[in-house]
Ligand binder design. Structure first.
Ligand SMILES: Cc1cc2nc3c(=O)[nH]c(=O)nc-3n(C[C@H](O)[C@H](O)[C@H](O)COP(=O)(O)O)c2cc1C
Length: 230
């Protein structure tokens, strides 16, 4: 067994990476090496999964394919041609979730320098999703459409591993459900069959020093979401 000093150093390191990860929304165009991506994806696949089913599938997009996808989705966004891959949230978000959603949105607009009622500027900021916020690499997480809730958990854990491991390579990420608003286009451009569901996209790259990247989103105090029973 590891000694206590090793464990405390390990905890310190892991907790630092977990605490300091945040979604970045402005990336440098610097390339990310394919070997680094492969290391991260391979190590992330040590994620647990129910009965070791390993339901995750990944599509990694760069270069011309990435451009093609960006153009196709931006064109559809312009014409209002959105088709949801799946409902992420209930149509009417109740409290306290709605307030939390608003709070992070307003905090982000403030960093962008966008007034709350400047809807065209808000839309332009949202559309940056479809340029992967300038990142050179986009990841898409898919799984067999027939699988159920448990497998969604598994893919989520795999995604979290990617986000944490990326930090160890100096990379940053932004998970992006926004792509799922244009499900059929992502399927078509990336050749993803319809018996697979696209769970999320993700930008990955080296972060710029843009103000929006300084956002530290709020978290509830421990006692607000944890019950200790004895
Ligand atoms: C599955 C998932 C999908 C998300 N989709 C988007 C997205 O489409 N665009 C975006 O800017 N942020 C997206 N986010 C990032 C969240 O807004 C972010 O995680 C949350 O505000 C907490 O901030 P933090 O990641 O910086 O801690 C997503 C996060 C998750 C977990």
């Amino acid at each position: 067994m590891e000694n206590n000093n090793d464990l405390s150093a390990l905890y310190h390191l892991i907790s630092k990476i977990v605490r300091e990860r945040s979604s970045k929304r402005n990336f440098l165009s610097d390339d990310v090496s394919i070997d680094i991506l492969k290391d991260i994806i391979k190590d992330a696949s040590r994620a647990p999964s129910g009965t070791n089913t390993q339901p995750w599938k990944v599509t990694c997009v760069t270069g011309e394919t990435k451009k093609k996808l960006t153009n196709a989705v931006l064109e559809a966004a312009e014409t209002g041609d959105a088709t949801l891959e799946y409902e992420y949230m209930p149509p009417k978000l109740k409290e306290p979730y709605m307030s939390r959603k608003r709070a992070v949105g307003y905090a982000l607009y403030e960093l962008y320098g966008i007034e709350r009622d400047d809807y065209p500027a808000r839309k332009a900021a949202m559309l940056r999703n479809f340029e992967f916020f300038g990142a050179p690499v986009g990841l898409f997480f898919r799984m067999d459409r027939e699988l159920l809730y448990g497998s969604w958990l598994d893919v989520g854990m795999f995604m979290q591993n990617i986000m944490i491991l990326a930090r160890g390579k100096g990379l940053e990420t932004c998970p992006q459900q926004a792509w799922c608003e244009f499900g059929p286009i992502v399927h078509r451009v990336l050749g993803i069959p319809n018996d697979e569901i696209i769970i999320s996209g993700m930008s990955i790259g080296y972060a710029s020093k843009a103000r929006e990247n300084t956002l530290v989103s709020e978290r509830m105090p421990l006692d607000d979401f944890t019950t200790f029973l004895n």
